[in-house]
Design a protein. Structure first.
Length: 434
């Protein structure tokens, strides 16, 4: 009854549900790593500190930025960290800017993060091709803009080709460039965001480097920071000097101005170990190939389905995920939700639906690099069969789906508005009769 990443395709777009090698799980459980306590004296965990320092070095190298904050516990927590560093940097300049720009193609947590910090969010409309126009960004720039929060590759599965021009414009206005790194799995080893002008970027360590984020956690959302923001990185952090790796818990006389702490301790050690194991197993060339294969697999999906399903931004290469809309279902009486539910009867977890919001009836598929050609061929064949059935007008196969799952379709509106949050033991037949 449980669908797992090692039993089938998990095609959730913008989620990177990749295979998690068992080796990495074993490493995370090694004595001295899996059983340490955050309140232990630092002198008793030198190996763990060295691992954190080495992981920091790899993340800085991969992103092209000089500093990293490892403590954030999730992607959205990392966003908050990056934006807090930006707010601290502005405060150090004596500025209290009030606006954050967020393109329509950004991840949904971006505007929420900005709003949580008290910023007013201004949306940037995307071009007809699904990307952000630097000219449109410039229209919104002013002395009140603190930052832009841009996702690259964006949620349409497209690389923002004008990202360097956008960064230049943002910096010229005295603002900072926050990049949402949730889709970093598409460009690891291929592009260094710091080289493009990015000032802060969170990394979903639990997505890009080994650990799928299903199951509710734990997670890790480290943030790499540019030289302009590095002095404001939160505590604690690990530094390496002639005496080896050591944990810095308090502000010192180095000139740095950390904005505080994101959490009580040093972060999620289990995620650090898994990520380091993944990196060392693959090496730089292996991680680059993983990115290339992720993009290849998404484009293989696009090529296998483009004649039956509609591509909102035309038949053009995508990055690690391919986006379809529901215009190909016009006149069939079948919705995106119906199609997704019918996939369950075929033995597949549905793709992400109705996201991103810039595309009506969106169906976002991310196969990741983990899937073989054989598994992708089976998946494409199942979707083609469903698509052809929909076009023939067989609405019954979709309207009540799933038919063969352990649970039938919920009334999703009622489930959202009146959720049953507590299980109650059903009455026995005799009790019911009474």
């Amino acid at each position: 009854m449980n669908y797992g990443i090692d039993t089938g395709v998990f095609p959730l777009g913008s989620c990177t549900m990749k295979h998690n090698p068992r080796l990495n799980e074993k490493m995370a459980r090694l004595p001295g790593l899996g059983d340490i306590h955050p309140l232990q004296p630092a002198s008793t965990v030198p190996g763990a500190l060295e691992l954190i320092a080495e992981l920091s070095r790899w993340l800085c190298e991969l992103t092209g930025m000089p500093a990293v904050a490892l403590t954030p516990k999730a992607g959205a927590h990392g966003e908050l960290c990056g934006m807090m560093a930006i707010k601290a940097a502005l405060a150090a300049r004596g500025e209290a800017r009030s606006v954050v720009l967020v393109p329509d193609s950004a991840h949904g947590t971006n505007p929420a993060t900005a709003a949580l910090l008290g910023y007013r969010v201004e949306s940037i409309a995307v071009r007809p091709d699904g990307t952000v126009d630097p000219a449109e960004v410039k229209k919104h720039l002013s002395k009140d803009v603190a930052a832009i929060m841009l996702t690259n590759p964006n949620t349409c599965g497209l690389f923002e080709r004008d990202v360097a021009a956008i960064a230049d414009a943002v910096h010229a206005a005295g603002a900072y460039f926050y990049a949402d790194g949730a889709n970093f799995n598409a460009i690891v080893g291929k592009v260094r965001p710091g080289d493009l002008g990015v000032d802060a970027m969170h990394i979903n360590l639990h997505k890009t480097f080994s650990t799928p984020h299903g199951g509710g956690g734990p997670g890790a959302g480290p943030v790499t920071l540019s030289a302009a923001l590095a002095p404001f990185a939160p505590l604690p952090h690990v530094v390496v000097d002639k005496n080896g790796a050591r944990l810095v818990e308090h502000a010192d006389d180095s000139g740095d101005k950390p904005f505080g702490r994101m959490c009580a301790f040093h972060g999620q050690m289990g995620m650090f170990v898994r990520a380091m194991s993944y990196m060392l197993s693959h090496g730089a060339d292996g991680m680059r190939q993983a990115s290339e294969d992720a993009v290849l697999n998404a484009n293989y999906m696009r090529a296998g389905l483009k004649d039956l399903m509609s591509l909102p931004f035309g038949d053009r290469p995508c990055m690690h995920e391919v986006l379809f809309d529901d215009s190909w279902l016009d006149g069939t009486g079948i919705s995106t939700l119906d199609f997704a539910k019918a996939m369950i009867d075929e033995g597949y977890h549905p793709m992400t639906v109705y996201f991103p919001l810039v595309v009506h009836g969106a169906m976002l598929i991310e196969p990741t690099e983990s899937e073989s050609k054989a598994s992708l061929d089976l998946f494409v064949a199942a979707l083609r069969d469903l698509a052809l059935t929909a076009k023939r007008g067989d609405t019954e196969r979709f309207s009540g789906a799933p038919y063969y799952a352990p649970r039938r379709r919920l009334d999703e509106t009622r489930a959202a508005r009146s959720p049953v949050l507590r299980w109650v033991k059903p009455a026995s037949q005799s009790e019911a009769a009474e």
